[in-house]
Design a protein around this ligand. Structure first.
Ligand SMILES: [Zn+2]
Length: 191
């Protein structure tokens, strides 16, 4: 994954994100910044439901929406709630490597058999369920999906700062997914 930028010191945090809740998220999680006290959320985090991930952040610091692949397309009302009522103006979208939402089709039989055996579903209903929902939740690959989801949300919520991140399961650290500067600020430089 050569489109990832590691954050191992404060200098690695891109300028535009420093001293924002996104920069702070990176400092808490990657750089062991001492946890501050918060009485309201500063940021909305969108991340995958996958059980292998845990964020090291202060209490009250973040609203967190977890869904397969960090896909917020079907959680938009909750995103709007965090912004409108929760007053956050920053979103961190966190994908991760080895995500189960990539190539969902390869797990079709496992999914269907599991619903039959574990939940007591009829085969036909389980098959229909998979066929109906898999296309909505399937993602092509983790980093491309997070970049496209970031782009979509920036258009939808133009005043909100949104950062595309990836959580690597091997070291439990957050990485920036590199994007062109043009995508962030409208200029033509490459980051
Ligand atoms: Zn996942």
């Amino acid at each position: 994954m050569n489109n990832l930028a590691p954050i191992i010191s404060e200098d690695d945090i891109p300028q535009e994100y420093r001293r924002t809740p996104i920069g702070l998220l990176l400092e808490y999680h990657n750089l062991n910044r001492p946890l501050d006290n918060y009485d309201k959320a500063e940021i909305l985090v969108g991340m995958c439901m996958d059980n292998r991930k845990h964020l090291h952040i202060p209490d009250n610091f973040a609203f967190i929406i977890r869904s397969g692949g960090a896909n917020l397309r079907y959680s938009e009302f909750k995103v709007s709630y965090a912004i409108g009522v929760g007053q956050v103006s920053h979103i961190a979208l966190i994908g991760h490597d080895n995500c189960g939402m990539v190539n969902l089709n390869s797990r079709k039989n496992e999914f269907i058999t599991g619903l039959i055996n574990t939940a007591g579903w009829e085969r036909e209903r389980a098959e229909e369920h998979f066929m109906h929902f898999a296309p909505m939740f399937e993602i092509s690959n983790e980093t491309d999906f997070i970049l496209s989801e970031t782009k979509r949300l920036r258009i939808r919520y133009p005043k909100i700062m949104i950062a595309p991140l990836l959580y690597l399961i091997a070291d439990n650290k957050l990485y920036f997914i590199k994007e062109t500067q043009a995508a962030i600020t409208g200029t033509a430089e490459t980051w």
